[in-house]
Design a protein. Sequence first.
Length: 475
Amino acid sequence: MISVPLEYGDGIMTVEVPNSSLVFWPGRSHQDPPEVDPAEATRRALEAPLGLPPLRELARPGSRVIIAFPDRVKGGAHERAHRKVAIPLIVQELERAGVRLADITLLCAMGLHRKNTYEELVHYLGRPLVQAFWPDQLLMHDAEDPAGITALGTTEHGDVVEVNRLVADADLAILVGHTQGNPYGGYSGGYKMAATGITTWRSIRGHHSPRTMLRSDFVPVNVEHSHMRRQFDAVGRAIERGMGKRFFCVDAVLGTDAQVLGVFAGAPDAVQEASWPLASRRTDVALDIAEPFDVVVFGLPRSFHYGPGMGTNPILMLQAIGAQIVRHRDVLRDGVVVIAASVCDGWFNDSWFPSYRLVFERLAQVNELAEVNAFEEEISTDPRLVWKYRAEFAYHPFHAFSMVYMGAVAHRYAERIFIVGARAPGFARAMGCVPVASFADALRQAERIVGTAPRILVLPQAFTRVPVHLRRGRR
């Protein structure tokens, strides 16, 4: 047997798996493309952008410029992290073009995520940059500010397009993004940055919805045939048409530890086309296997990218499980069995996720998880919950629905989901999972479903490193 440490709450659960299991370690079982010097790569990208003139030709004295960047959820915060390096270099280019610092605004494109605190901004942007723009020129996108949102109609897919007014009115809108594997549409960055970061819940529910996420082209995760990706692109193009100008993107392809593997600048469609091949080399990892895996095993820490409580809040717990299935569906059998270690103690973290408990209660009133969409309007417009998003550093109330739908994806493709180590097992049962006392018991029950000697994939550190997407094929 092989001993494997799995993330479990605030610590580790060590499990014993058969020697025949494949244990996939991020950063050890595969090798990222070489890291680049982020400052030099950014300078080269800004000097020769794709599909657009350089910033020195797009900007001029008096230009009002918005630089939008992702929030704390992704991208890394080390000294060579993309945002921390790229934004000061972009500002330098704009100043060389004659733009005054007073005419540049930094906008955290957090979409429906919680607004970031001053300390969080300092952590991932660096104190010098924050102090140069704080407070009046370093702003949070507010998807519920009636004076701060402008409507731009609908896309060809019928999706509502509502966008931050500062972005729409700027003379130059720059998006600083990360091209890294994402279960929602393949990769972050590009037009996805605009479609999810600077819009409203009414816009986002067009693609973070059952009608998109329960389509067959949603899994395995991809960009070439993804309807969700087409929706992102359509929203981005609609915003550009409404603005009467193109976004200028500066995207970095990231590796396992959020190190920069390449930087691409220019028009969003051109940046996507140029950055995705490198992102695929890093993200799409081929496993030379004869048959797909019957069982997939991983552990959930208490806190990961959405924040504290993600591995204990029952809705987010199931979302995380669904995201693993979407990422790795290509190597998993139809009706895969999931074994996930989670303390599952029912801590919702109501201060960060105030709508989740209410949505969880509504789930008791529907037959299928996706049917909870009948309550979207009621809960997403609840004045108390909207206020918490706007003023108390909480996630927007709609965010819970988009997470439930990923949980519905989990149940669509998994025959059974076992939760090992749940301290409040009723929460696991309420999400359609089966709580079990031990990993050995879960494995025995899995064998009754898939047969003896199952092919097992084990994914330690599945949520603490930048993930990959496993594919069938030769390495």
